[in-house]
Write a protein of this length. Structure first.
Ligand SMILES: Nc1ncnc2c1ncn2[C@@H]1O[C@H](COP(=O)(O)OP(=O)(O)OP(=O)(O)O)[C@@H](O)[C@H]1O
Ligand SMILES: [Mg+2]
Lengths: 219, 241
C-alpha cells in the first residue's frame, strides 16, 4: 500500500463508498427522530403517575437494552414477515435501530428531567401550575438543555451502530466497503477510507451539539 | 385571611409541627420567628400545599386547604422563596408572565402591560429582558416578588426572603416588602430580620421545636418577650457576641 496507489484507489472507490456513506447518513437521520420520539414517550411514561405505564416503560427499556442490536434487527427483518408484516430492508433498519436506541434516548431524557432543580418545580406549583404544565414549561425545556450533550454522544453511537444494518442487506457504508474489499482484495485501503468517512460524519454532530449548547445556555 | 388551627406535621417518625395555631388577618403582616429547624418553612409550605399536613386545618379565606382545593388556594396565596427559584431559561419579564399567562390564561398583551407595571414597582423594569442568572441576589428576589404579585394574590408567603442575600442587598428587598405591607397586602413572613418584624409586622409568632412558644403584637413580643425561650433567642439574634 503506497501513497500514490492509495490516491488512485481513493478516486476509484469514492463513488461506491460515497453512495454507502449517503445511505448511512440517511439511515442515521431517519432512525434518530424515531428514537427521540419513542425515547421521550418512554421517559414520560416513567414519570407518569400511572403505575402500569411506569412498569411498562421500565420493562420495555430493560428488554431493549438487554438484547444485542443485531438480534433486534434480525427480529424486525426476519420475524415480522412471519407475522405478515413485510418491510423493505431500509425500513426494517430504521425501525430496528430507532426502537433499539429509544431505550438509550429514554435514559438520556430521564437523566435530564431528574437533574432539574426541584425548587423550580415548587416555584411552578406555588404559581398554581398543574404537574402537566410544570412538565411542559419547566422540566422539559430545562431537562432537554441538560441532556443535549448526551444526545450528541448517543447520535454518534447510533451513526456507528448503523453499520449493523449491513447484516440485513442494507447497502450502507460498511456493506459498501465489504463488497468493495471482497471484489478488489484491497482490505486495508477500503477500511481506512470507511473508517475515515464515519469519523467525518461525526464531526459536524459534535459541532452541532456545541452550537445548540451555546444557543440554549441559561446563563 | 389565613387561619391555621392545630396544625401538625411529621416527617416519618419525626414530629416537626405540633398544634400550631395562628391567624393572619387580611391586610396585616405576621412574622414567623424561631431558630433553625423549628418548623417555620414547614408551616408556610403547609399553607400553600407544598407539604401535606397530618393534622389540623388551614383556611385561606373560606377555603379549606386540601388536595382538591390547592388550585384555588394557590391563586389566592403566592410564595416568595429564600433562593428565589426563578426560571433560569426565561427572562425576567417571562418569569413574571408565567403565572398570569399560563395559569390564569389572561390575554398576553394585558398581562404584559401589568407585568411591566409590577416590575416598575419593584424597580426592575430596566432588567425585563435579562436572564435572572445575570442579576444580583437582591434583584432576583425583587423579581421573585414581582412574579408573586403578578398572580394578584390576596396574601403572600415569604420564606426567609433576605437570608440568601449580601448584607447590603437586604434593604432593597425589605423596602419593597414594607411598601406592599403599607398598601395592605396580607403577608406571612419567615424572617430573622428583627427590625423588620418590629417595624412592619403586626403580629409575631415565635416557634421552637415545632410548637408556638409565644405570639402577640409585634412591638410587645419583640420589646418585652414573656417566654424565656423567646428572650434567649432575641438576645442571641440581637447580640450575637
Ligand atoms: N422533606 C423533609 N423530610 C424530612 N425532614 C424534613 C423535611 N423538611 C424539613 N424537615 C425537618 O423538619 C424540621 C423543620 O424544618 P423547617 O425547614 O420547617 O425548619 P425552619 O424553621 O424553616 O428552619 P430554617 O431556619 O433552617 O429554615 C427540621 O428538623 C427539618 O430537618
Ligand atoms: Mg426554613
Amino acid at each position: 500500500m503506497n501513497f500514490e496507489g492509495f490516491a488512485t484507489d481513493l478516486v476509484l472507490f469514492a463513488p461506491v463508498l460515497f453512495k454507502g456513506f449517503g445511505v448511512t447518513v440517511l439511515l442515521t437521520l431517519s432512525a434518530l427522530p424515531l428514537s427521540l420520539v419513542l425515547g421521550l414517550a418512554l421517559a414520560m411514561a416513567r414519570l407518569s403517575p400511572v403505575p402500569l405505564l411506569r412498569a411498562a416503560a421500565v420493562g420495555f427499556i430493560g428488554i431493549v437494552r438487554g438484547i444485542p442490536i443485531i438480534v433486534q434487527l434480525f427480529c424486525v427483518y426476519f420475524v415480522l414477515p412471519e407475522l405478515g408484516i413485510n418491510l423493505v430492508p431500509f425500513a426494517a433498519g430504521v425501525l430496528g435501530l430507532g426502537v433499539a436506541y429509544s431505550a438509550y434516548q429514554a435514559e438520556n431524557f430521564r437523566a435530564g428531567f431528574e437533574a432539574v432543580d426541584r425548587h423550580l418545580l415548587e416555584a411552578g406549583r406555588s404559581l398554581g401550575m398543574s404537574e402537566r404544565l410544570i412538565f411542559r414549561r419547566v422540566t422539559l425545556p430545562l431537562g432537554l438543555r441538560t441532556a443535549l450533550p448526551t444526545f450528541g454522544n448517543t447520535t454518534v453511537m447510533l451513526l456507528k451502530d448503523s453499520s449493523i444494518a449491513s447484516t440485513i442487506t442494507i447497502a450502507e457504508l460498511t456493506r459498501a466497503g465489504q463488497l468493495l474489499a471482497i471484489s478488489t482484495f484491497k482490505n486495508g485501503e477500503v477500511y481506512i477510507m470507511v473508517g475515515m468517512l464515519y469519523l467525518l460524519a461525526s464531526l459536524p454532530l459534535a459541532a452541532a451539539v456545541r452550537f445548540m449548547e451555546k444557543r440554549f445556555a441559561t446563563t | 385571611m389565613i387561619r391555621v388551627s392545630n396544625l401538625s406535621k411529621a416527617f416519618g417518625a419525626k414530629t416537626v409541627l405540633r398544634d400550631v395555631s395562628f391567624e393572619c388577618l387580611a391586610g396585616t403582616v405576621t412574622c414567623l420567628l424561631g431558630p433553625s429547624g423549628s418548623g417555620k418553612s414547614t408551616v408556610l409550605r403547609c399553607i400553600n400545599g407544598l407539604e401535606r399536613m397530618d393534622g389540623g386545618d388551614i383556611h385561606v379565606g373560606e377555603i379549606r386547604v386540601a388536595p382538591e382545593s390547592l388550585p384555588s388556594v394557590r391563586r389566592r396565596v403566592a410564595m416568595v422563596f429564600q433562593r428565589f427559584n426563578l426560571f433560569p431559561h426565561r427572562s425576567v419579564l417571562e418569569n413574571v408572565l408565567e403565572g398570569p399567562v399560563q395559569v390564569l390564561e389572561r390575554p398576553e398583551q394585558d398581562a404584559r402591560e401589568e407585568a411591566m407595571a409590577i416590575l416598575e414597582r419593584v424597580g426592575m423594569a430596566d432588567f425585563a429582558h435579562m436572564r435572572p442568572t445575570r442579576l444580583s441576589g437582591g434583584q432576583q428576589q425583587r423579581v421573585g416578588i414581582a412574579r408573586a404579585l403578578a398572580m394578584r394574590p390576596e396574601a403572600i408567603l415569604f420564606d426567609e426572603p433576605t437570608s440568601a442575600l449580601d448584607p447590603e442587598r437586604v434593604g432593597e428587598v425589605l423596602a419593597v416588602m414594607r411598601e406592599l405591607a403599607e398598601e395592605g397586602m396580607s403577608m406571612v413572613v419567615v424572617t430573622h430580620e428583627i427590625d423588620f418584624a418590629r417595624e412592619v409586622g403586626d403580629q409575631v409568632i415565635f416557634m421552637d421545636e415545632g410548637v408556638v412558644v409565644e405570639q402577640g403584637p409585634a412591638q410587645a413580643v419583640l420589646t418585652d418577650p414573656q417566654a424565656p425561650r423567646t428572650r434567649l433567642f432575641l438576645d442571641r439574634v440581637l447580640r450575637p457576641f
